[in-house]
Write a protein that binds this ligand. Structure first.
Ligand code: PLP
Length: 457
């Protein structure tokens, strides 16, 4: 029976949070989230908030799912843990690997018959780096070491994950990137489109930054290109329609591996099990985590396409890499139950159909707001850029901290929406009904109005 203040004091005394300014936390105190149900969470003061971020892009089936708790309980009572090293396996891990392989659509000559498990997106991307390097070594091209990524990408917080990511603040604190990782600019049309350039023209130009980089590095030294289908933590940057087809042409031309980091975009967020299907490209490796279990328990992994898997299997010998929790039986059992829910409730169909269409329509209406430069959606993820002047698209400076102001108005009025610089982003649970969407839009509009009022004062 601790009071909110007592929990906050213990929190700042003992808990070093991720991505947090510790002095600021100690002064203000963390918001203590105590329970959740459906699309709502409650804090220790009893405030109810619509969680439009699905936790951290993961609670796709919503909170309070007894089926997931039951799956975890039953598996814990049967086999709570066993490792998958040294030629042992367990039933949920096997069933899930087969199920994910069946769900991952075959594209062209790529099929995804194999899964490598981890417990998070960051670990999965470390595994990607290991697998990519191993692949080229086994093919007798060990000089192919360079992985190209994008500015403002987020690929996790481990040394390799943060290096693959393009967040300058993370690089500065960790003496990163590690060697042989280099970046190109992101396909952000609102920011980087030229006067008179269409978004389709920009998409081709932005994809060609990859070709320029490959040529600058030397094509025989490039191992892979990694990208999120839609850049999530960077601010929900949705690429123009021409971007991915041109990227595919370029990776094919130089024979380099393509890694699709779908930690946010997979498991229904864009209306598909895997997002490469929506954009029509052919990755060799697909990173997943988060919504594979709807965040109820940690699980991540890599869908390994046949091009890479076959080399690892046929030529590899022992792969000296893996985690204690690779293929954790409880996590895999929860993932199976989570996929059951998504199938039974037709959540992907809803995102591709009525719910996604209504979300897109209502969100597009926010473009009328004087603060909004551009509001865009894809599936059930959305981003908007807040601008000082709608006509000239003049941006706020970082000192204006407009995103944090808007975020505070969201929080104080019952909405969890995330700020990334001058962008506001959401990724609500896939279980949203049409009336939930109306409520969400009312709360967003209200936060925008309060922000505008403060800026005018
Ligand atoms: N990759 C992407 C695209 C992500 O969005 C994230 C987390 O947000 C990660 C990797 C890292 O995942 P985790 O936090 O599970 O390590």
């Amino acid at each position: 029976n601790l009071s909110t203040r007592e929990i906050q004091d213990l929190d700042s005394a003992h808990f070093l949070h991720p991505f947090t300014d510790y002095k600021d936390l100690a002064t203000r105190g963390a918001r203590v989230i105590t329970k959740a149900d459906g699309i709502y969470v409650w804090d220790s003061e009893g405030s109810k908030m619509l969680d439009a971020m699905s936790g951290l892009w993961c609670v796709n089936v919503g909170y309070g799912r007894k089926e997931l708790a039951d799956a975890a309980y039953q598996q814990m009572m049967t086999l709570p843990f066993y490792n998958s090293f040294f030629q042992t396996t367990n039933v949920p891990a096997v069933k899930l690997a087969a199920r994910l392989s069946a769900l991952a659509p075959k594209v062209g000559d790529r099929s995804f018959d194999h899964v490598f498990y981890s417990s998070s997106g960051s670990e999965s991307n470390d595994s990607n780096v290991r697998m990519v390097r191993r692949y080229w070594d086994l093919l007798g091209q060990p000089q192919r070491k360079v992985i190209i990524s994008r500015q403002n990408a987020y690929h996790g917080s481990t040394m390799a994950g943060a290096s693959l990511g393009g967040m300058s603040g993370m690089h500065a604190q960790g003496d990163l990137p590690i060697p042989n990782i280099t970046h190109i600019e992101q396909p952000y049309f609102f920011e980087n489109g030229l006067p008179g350039e269409t978004s389709d023209e920009f998409g081709i130009r932005a994809a060609r930054w990859l070709e320029e980089k490959i040529l600058a590095v030397g094509p025989d030294k490039v191992a892979a290109f990694i990208a999120e289908p839609i850049q999530g933590a960077g601010g929900v940057i949705i690429p123009p329609a021409t971007y991915w087809p041109e990227i595919q042409r370029i990776v094919d031309k130089y024979g380099i591996l393509l890694i699709s980091d779908e930690v946010i975009c997979a498991f229904g967020r864009l209306g598909h099990w895997f997002a490469y299907e929506k954009f029509g490209y052919k990755p060799d490796l697909v990173t997943f985590a988060k919504a594979v279990t709807s965040g109820y328990i940690p699980l991540g992994g890599v869908m390994v396409g046949n091009r890479v898997a076959q080399v690892l299997i046929d030529k590899g010998g022992e792969f000296n890499h893996g985690y204690t929790y690779s293929g954790h039986p409880v996590a895999c059992a929860v993932a199976l139950a989570n996929i059951d829910i998504m199938e039974q409730e037709l959540l992907l169909d809803k995102v591709r159909g009525e719910v996604g269409a209504y979300f897109a329509k209502r969100y597009a209406e926010l473009n009328e707001h004087p603060l909004v430069g551009l509001a865009e959606t894809s599936g059930l993820v959305a981003g908007m850029v807040l601008v000082k002047n709608k006509a000239t698209k003049e941006r706020f400076s970082s000192e204006d901290a407009v995103g944090m102001l808007c975020r505070a108005h969201c929080f104080n009025n019952g909405l969890i929406m995330r700020a990334v610089g001058d962008r506001m982003i959401i990724a609500p649970p896939l279980t949203m009904t049409l009336s939930d969407i109306d409520e969400l839009m009312r709360l967003i509009r209200q936060a925008l109005d309060f922000t505008l009022r403060d800026l005018k004062q």
